[in-house]
Design a protein around this ligand. Structure first.
Ligand code: GLU
Length: 502
């Protein structure tokens, strides 16, 4: 049996990595870390027809952005390399031959026309076409040929595939670490193609051979691969190899309604389902990175899609996840994707970041707008507004008044500008202009004392003052705003509000 825990993420570069794929990679990574094992990446690119330029790079870059670093991957620690199946092409043939030899596989020479015809006639009789025991003897296979005949046909350059000869009348009972015991009736399985005469193995053969050669102890992958599990186990048996443990992860479901979250759902409903932006002829799919999500927040959110540690704890670092992760606590049922929760996680990570880091992230946005502000002020501003933000990009809307005077005033709030307001604002302005130590608490004490002494109600000053400085009744503590924009600017804005709103 397996000496150590070795798990893999084995994506096919057929397009950008969907969020479900990211979760599969994450759960493998966590499982490896938890068990002191190895996590490796193998690129399964034997299907040339589905190969998409740039997809491999995209997948690797996505995982790097998220901080999911493999112990072994392409160009890094390739102990059992190469880690790209197209570069291992030559080694699969002998395994296909081995199965022919042992009688577990056979050649099939059917042309695609013959296959279509067989399908048509089965269906015409009301049957369901499965290429298996029910039909294989009637097809153009090596099963009834002598070895000379087989050799001659292959020698003549005839196209063929090698199919697995699925055993008949067997119920295989398998154990999945998440789903428990599952039974499969072999009569319902088809004789899957393992190898083609163009020299390429199919996914099934390459996957099993490589999982074996790379000493994979656990196969953790998406639920869509569950139907392949009996074939894979039978292949291991046919080769006489140790069989890894299997765990099939639950589907990720749409936020509303039923069904699997599809690649298109994200942009249709306004949230990303890809780690990074992906541009293709079909258009642009938005990415978490470009939308301003923090990688740690994406990781945290994904970890809880289908798993929990049995407590109410929701915030985990990657290290904490690795410590707590347990396959036995992964749900069988699909996990609903909740875009609001997704944002909530980002908010949590945002407010926990220090103001310096956030100021640095905000600075380029201000720079774009041609706004210059000194760093320490920016750090303070960010500290005042971050509580209300999910993303750094929202800082501008939450705090634009720190950098520029309002160009208009909220209509509803302006209705509270009464006949005596202009006069009160003038008096406030005078009070403010006399304050020497222009710091938030000092300004607040002086203004509030002045209001009390003169029996002026709070609302009569505070609301119009906020409207004058901010343009709306929003924003953090008013006296902090006053200190930050400074005396001159405060007085100027009050004057302008009086002119405009009277
Ligand atoms: N290449 C397969 C995929 O694209 C891997 C499935 C597996 O993990 O066995 O998902």
């Amino acid at each position: 049996m397996f000496q150590e825990v070795r798990v893999r993420f084995a994506p096919s570069p057929t397009g950008p990595l969907h969020i479900g794929g990211v979760r599969t990679a994450l759960f493998n990574y966590l499982f490896a870390k938890k068990n002191g094992g190895t996590f490796y990446i193998r690129i399964e690119d034997t299907d040339q027809k589905r190969y998409v330029e740039g997809a491999e790079q995209y997948i690797l870059e996505s995982l790097e952005w998220l901080g999911i670093f493999p112990d072994e991957t392409i160009n890094h620690n390739e102990k059992f390399g190469p880690y790209r199946q197209s570069e291992r092409k030559d080694l699969y043939k002998k395994y296909a031959d081995q199965l022919i030899e042992s009688g577990d596989a056979y050649y099939a020479f059917d042309t695609s026309e013959a296959l279509d015809e067989a399908r048509r006639s089965t269906e015409a009789e009301g049957g369901n076409f499965i290429y298996n025991h029910s039909i294989r003897e009637k097809m153009d296979t090596s099963l009834l040929l002598s070895s000379e005949e087989i050799k001659a046909r292959i020698g003549a350059g005839e196209d063929y595939v090698i199919r697995f000869k699925t055993p008949t009348d067997r119920t295989i009972e398998l154990t999945d670490l998440i789903r428990g015991s599952i039974k499969f009736d072999t009569n319902l399985l088809d004789d899957k193609v393992l190898f083609k005469s163009d020299g390429m193995p199919t996914y099934h053969l390459a996957n099993i051979v490589d999982d074996h050669l790379m000493l994979t102890s656990h196969v953790i992958r998406g639920e869509e691969w569950l139907p392949s599990m009996p074939l894979h186990v039978m292949l291991y048996e046919a080769f006489g190899w140790d069989i890894p443990e299997f765990a099939h992860l639950p589907l990720i479901l749409k936020p509303v309604g039923n069904g699997k979250l599809s690649k298109r759902d994200g942009d249709k409903l306004g949230f990303p389902t890809f780690p990074l932006e992906w541009k293709s002829e079909e258009g642009v799919s938005s990415g978490y990175r470009e939308k301003g999500f923090f990688p740690e927040a994406v990781i945290n959110f994904l970890a809880l899609l289908g798993w929990n540690d049995g407590t109410d704890k929701e915030l985990y670092t990657l290290e904490e996840l690795a410590e707590s992760f347990d396959l036995a606590r992964v749900n069988k049922a699909g996990a609903k994707f909740d875009p609001e929760k997704n944002k909530w996680f980002n908010h949590q990570y945002l407010i926990n970041k220090d103001d310096e880091t956030l100021a640095k992230a905000f600075a380029p946005i201000l720079y774009e707008k041609g706004i210059a502000v000194d760093y320490s002020t920016l750090v303070r501003i960010v500290g005042l507004i971050k509580e209300r933000a999910n993303f750094v990009a929202e800082f501008w809307d939450l705090g634009d008044f720190f950098f520029q005077a309002p160009s208009e005033y909220d209509a509803k709030a302006s209705k509270n500008w009464k006949d005596d307001t202009a006069n009160l604002m003038k008096r406030t302005s005078e009070e403010l202009s006399n304050i020497e130590d222009f710091t938030s608490t000092n300004i607040e004490t002086i203004i509030k004392n002045w209001m009390t002494e003169n029996e002026i109600g709070m609302g009569k000053i505070m609301q119009p003052l906020r409207l004058s400085l901010v343009g709306a009744l929003k924003g953090p503590h008013l006296f902090d705003i006053i200190e930050i924009i400074g005396k001159e600017e405060t007085l100027r804005r009050i004057e302008k509000a009086i002119e405009t709103l009277n």
